[in-house]
Write a new protein. Structure first.
Length: 195
């Protein structure tokens, strides 16, 4: 196995172990000792690939975010019009959360928020390939008159903000029904972004 492939396999092994630890013990369970024990990867190798324990958490959050964005982009690009695109994104987001609750919990954690605030431009740059098709989709549907003439980041915020709020509440308090959210949110969000 070439060196690069071994390195990628080691990174995935560490991230998979870190997610399992996060799922079972929360952020407090993400210690270097626990990760080395669970992943069978040496601390030196972890430092080599991630730089620090914070680097492991950042890479894990980024991997989960990338997976979410991949699913949102795929759902959006299959939509035939703007309204069905909004519905598809909302449903894909909620489906992701239900299918990957541990990754979703990490993506919506205080740690991920702190990382996002500190490295927002860097994260956006690394996700450019996933975000550009979404931005182009927004612009195309604005030009067709289906979406409101607002800056693309504002459209994104109006479309995803309520979904993120519902997901955070579901993940932390648990007093929301995601099936009801799936029925109600798309049309309500559409009223805020559609023409």
């Amino acid at each position: 196995m070439p060196k690069q492939q071994r390195g990628e396999a080691t990174v995935e092994q560490v991230l998979d172990a870190a997610l399992r630890l996060y799922a079972s013990s929360g952020e407090a369970g993400l210690t270097l000792g626990a990760i080395t024990s669970t992943s069978s990867v040496s601390s030196g190798s972890i430092y080599h690939h991630f730089g620090s324990l914070d680097g492991v958490v950042a890479a894990l959050a980024l991997r989960s975010l990338e997976q979410l964005l991949k699913e949102l982009g795929a759902a959006l690009l299959q939509a035939t019009d703007a309204r069905s695109g909004v519905r598809a994104v909302v449903l894909a987001y909620l489906d992701f959360v239900q299918a990957h609750p541990d990754a979703a919990r990490l993506v919506h954690s205080v740690t991920a928020d702190r990382l996002g605030m500190a490295r927002a431009r860097e994260i956006r740059d690394t996700q450019e390939a996933r975000l550009t098709p979404i931005t182009l989709w927004i612009h195309a549907h604005q030009e067709s008159g289906e979406l409101a003439s607002l800056p693309a980041p504002l459209i994104e915020s109006l479309a995803l903000g309520p979904v993120v709020a519902v997901v955070r509440r579901w993940l932390t308090v648990g007093d929301l029904d995601l099936e009801e959210a799936a029925r109600e949110l798309p049309d309500r969000i559409w009223r805020s972004v559609g023409n």
